[in-house]
Design a protein around this ligand. Sequence first.
Ligand SMILES: [Mg+2]
Length: 185
Amino acid sequence: MTERPLLLLDVDGPLNPFGARLWPPRGYVTRRVHPTVWSARQKPGSRRLRRGLRIRLNPAHGQRLLALPYDLAWATTWMHDANEMIGPVIGLPADLPVIEFTDMFARDPDGLYWKTRRVLEWAAGRPFVWVDDMITDLDVRHVARHHDTPALLLRIDPRRGLGEPEFEELERWARSVSDQLSDPI
Ligand SMILES: [Mg+2]
Protein backbone atom coordinates (compact mmCIF):
# COMPACT_ATOMS: atom_id res chain seq x y z
CA MET A 1 0.00 0.00 0.00
CA THR A 2 1.19 3.46 -0.86
CA GLU A 3 2.00 5.82 1.97
CA ARG A 4 -0.55 8.57 2.42
CA PRO A 5 0.51 12.11 1.61
CA LEU A 6 0.98 14.62 4.41
CA LEU A 7 -1.43 17.47 4.97
CA LEU A 8 0.42 20.32 6.67
CA LEU A 9 -1.89 22.72 8.44
CA ASP A 10 -1.49 26.37 9.25
CA VAL A 11 -3.88 27.81 11.86
CA ASP A 12 -4.28 31.55 11.21
CA GLY A 13 -5.79 31.95 7.77
CA PRO A 14 -6.96 28.43 6.94
CA LEU A 15 -8.63 27.38 10.21
CA ASN A 16 -8.99 30.79 11.86
CA PRO A 17 -10.17 33.09 9.03
CA PHE A 18 -8.96 36.24 10.77
CA GLY A 19 -9.67 38.41 7.73
CA ALA A 20 -13.38 37.59 7.51
CA ARG A 21 -15.49 40.72 7.20
CA LEU A 22 -18.73 39.28 8.51
CA TRP A 23 -18.58 38.05 12.07
CA PRO A 24 -19.03 35.41 13.02
CA PRO A 25 -18.81 33.39 9.83
CA ARG A 26 -21.48 30.71 9.73
CA GLY A 27 -20.57 27.53 11.59
CA TYR A 28 -17.71 29.14 13.52
CA VAL A 29 -17.27 29.48 17.29
CA THR A 30 -15.24 32.11 19.12
CA ARG A 31 -12.50 31.42 21.63
CA ARG A 32 -10.05 33.58 23.54
CA VAL A 33 -6.74 31.88 24.08
CA HIS A 34 -3.13 32.60 25.03
CA PRO A 35 -0.84 30.93 22.53
CA THR A 36 2.79 31.07 23.60
CA VAL A 37 4.21 32.90 20.59
CA TRP A 38 1.41 35.48 20.49
CA SER A 39 1.65 36.09 24.25
CA ALA A 40 5.40 36.67 24.04
CA ARG A 41 4.79 39.41 21.46
CA GLN A 42 2.29 41.36 23.58
CA LYS A 43 3.05 44.14 26.03
CA PRO A 44 3.38 42.67 29.54
CA GLY A 45 0.38 43.53 31.71
CA SER A 46 -1.60 44.91 28.76
CA ARG A 47 -5.34 44.53 28.48
CA ARG A 48 -4.87 42.79 25.17
CA LEU A 49 -2.66 40.18 26.76
CA ARG A 50 -5.10 39.67 29.65
CA ARG A 51 -8.03 39.20 27.31
CA GLY A 52 -6.18 36.82 25.06
CA LEU A 53 -6.23 36.34 21.32
CA ARG A 54 -9.68 36.02 19.80
CA ILE A 55 -9.95 33.26 17.26
CA ARG A 56 -12.77 31.75 15.27
CA LEU A 57 -12.81 28.05 14.53
CA ASN A 58 -15.18 25.70 12.77
CA PRO A 59 -15.97 22.62 14.89
CA ALA A 60 -16.87 20.69 11.72
CA HIS A 61 -13.34 21.02 10.34
CA GLY A 62 -11.78 18.21 12.37
CA GLN A 63 -14.07 15.56 11.03
CA ARG A 64 -13.68 16.84 7.47
CA LEU A 65 -9.90 16.80 7.75
CA LEU A 66 -9.76 13.37 9.33
CA ALA A 67 -11.93 11.95 6.56
CA LEU A 68 -9.34 12.97 3.97
CA PRO A 69 -6.74 10.39 2.87
CA TYR A 70 -3.82 12.27 4.42
CA ASP A 71 -1.62 12.15 7.51
CA LEU A 72 -2.16 15.46 9.28
CA ALA A 73 0.52 17.60 10.90
CA TRP A 74 0.70 21.16 12.22
CA ALA A 75 2.77 23.75 10.35
CA THR A 76 2.00 26.85 12.38
CA THR A 77 3.47 29.43 14.75
CA TRP A 78 1.14 27.85 17.31
CA MET A 79 3.39 24.78 17.23
CA HIS A 80 2.47 22.53 20.21
CA ASP A 81 -0.26 24.94 21.33
CA ALA A 82 -2.20 23.85 18.23
CA ASN A 83 -2.66 20.40 19.74
CA GLU A 84 -3.77 21.93 23.01
CA MET A 85 -5.87 24.93 21.91
CA ILE A 86 -7.04 24.26 18.34
CA GLY A 87 -7.39 20.48 17.99
CA PRO A 88 -9.91 19.97 20.81
CA VAL A 89 -12.17 22.79 19.53
CA ILE A 90 -12.42 21.45 16.00
CA GLY A 91 -12.30 17.77 16.85
CA LEU A 92 -8.75 16.77 15.94
CA PRO A 93 -6.66 14.42 18.07
CA ALA A 94 -4.43 16.28 20.53
CA ASP A 95 -1.29 14.45 19.48
CA LEU A 96 -0.77 15.41 15.86
CA PRO A 97 2.86 15.79 14.78
CA VAL A 98 4.13 19.36 15.03
CA ILE A 99 6.69 21.00 12.78
CA GLU A 100 8.96 22.92 15.12
CA PHE A 101 10.19 26.25 13.80
CA THR A 102 13.22 27.83 15.38
CA ASP A 103 13.68 30.89 13.14
CA MET A 104 10.16 32.22 13.22
CA PHE A 105 9.56 35.31 11.07
CA ALA A 106 13.23 35.32 9.95
CA ARG A 107 13.97 37.03 6.67
CA ASP A 108 14.90 34.52 3.97
CA PRO A 109 17.87 35.37 1.71
CA ASP A 110 15.89 34.37 -1.39
CA GLY A 111 12.66 35.99 -0.30
CA LEU A 112 10.95 32.75 0.59
CA TYR A 113 8.32 32.57 3.27
CA TRP A 114 10.15 31.81 6.54
CA LYS A 115 8.36 28.46 6.95
CA THR A 116 9.18 27.05 3.53
CA ARG A 117 12.65 25.55 3.99
CA ARG A 118 11.70 23.95 7.28
CA VAL A 119 8.49 22.50 5.83
CA LEU A 120 10.48 20.91 3.00
CA GLU A 121 13.04 19.51 5.37
CA TRP A 122 10.34 18.10 7.65
CA ALA A 123 8.40 16.51 4.77
CA ALA A 124 11.63 14.65 3.96
CA GLY A 125 10.64 13.69 0.45
CA ARG A 126 7.09 12.58 1.20
CA PRO A 127 4.26 13.89 -0.98
CA PHE A 128 2.47 16.73 0.79
CA VAL A 129 -0.11 19.45 0.62
CA TRP A 130 0.55 22.56 2.62
CA VAL A 131 -2.33 24.92 3.38
CA ASP A 132 -1.32 28.41 4.49
CA ASP A 133 -2.35 32.00 3.79
CA MET A 134 1.20 33.32 3.30
CA ILE A 135 2.51 31.12 0.50
CA THR A 136 3.78 32.99 -2.57
CA ASP A 137 4.77 32.00 -6.11
CA LEU A 138 8.41 32.03 -4.99
CA ASP A 139 7.64 29.26 -2.50
CA VAL A 140 5.73 27.28 -5.11
CA ARG A 141 8.71 27.46 -7.49
CA HIS A 142 11.21 26.63 -4.78
CA VAL A 143 9.27 23.54 -3.72
CA ALA A 144 8.85 22.41 -7.33
CA ARG A 145 12.64 22.56 -7.74
CA HIS A 146 13.64 21.01 -4.44
CA HIS A 147 11.08 18.34 -3.68
CA ASP A 148 11.21 15.08 -5.62
CA THR A 149 7.69 13.84 -4.95
CA PRO A 150 4.36 15.57 -5.63
CA ALA A 151 3.65 18.64 -3.51
CA LEU A 152 0.82 21.12 -3.59
CA LEU A 153 1.00 24.51 -1.93
CA LEU A 154 -2.52 25.69 -1.35
CA ARG A 155 -2.77 29.37 -0.57
CA ILE A 156 -5.83 30.07 1.55
CA ASP A 157 -7.61 33.40 1.62
CA PRO A 158 -7.69 34.47 5.30
CA ARG A 159 -11.04 36.17 4.68
CA ARG A 160 -12.62 32.82 3.87
CA GLY A 161 -10.51 30.13 5.49
CA LEU A 162 -10.54 26.52 4.45
CA GLY A 163 -13.75 25.90 2.56
CA GLU A 164 -15.57 23.52 0.26
CA PRO A 165 -13.42 24.26 -2.83
CA GLU A 166 -10.27 23.40 -0.87
CA PHE A 167 -11.72 20.20 0.57
CA GLU A 168 -12.64 19.14 -2.95
CA GLU A 169 -9.21 20.01 -4.22
CA LEU A 170 -7.59 18.04 -1.40
CA GLU A 171 -9.62 14.96 -2.29
CA ARG A 172 -8.86 15.32 -5.97
CA TRP A 173 -5.15 15.80 -5.41
CA ALA A 174 -4.82 12.78 -3.10
CA ARG A 175 -6.54 10.61 -5.72
CA SER A 176 -4.29 11.83 -8.51
CA VAL A 177 -1.15 11.28 -6.42
CA SER A 178 -2.15 7.79 -5.43
CA ASP A 179 -2.83 6.95 -9.12
CA GLN A 180 0.53 8.41 -10.08
CA LEU A 181 2.45 6.57 -7.38
CA SER A 182 0.81 3.22 -8.01
CA ASP A 183 1.42 3.48 -11.75
CA PRO A 184 4.24 0.97 -12.37
CA ILE A 185 6.10 2.82 -15.14
MG1 LIG B 1 -1.28 31.82 8.59
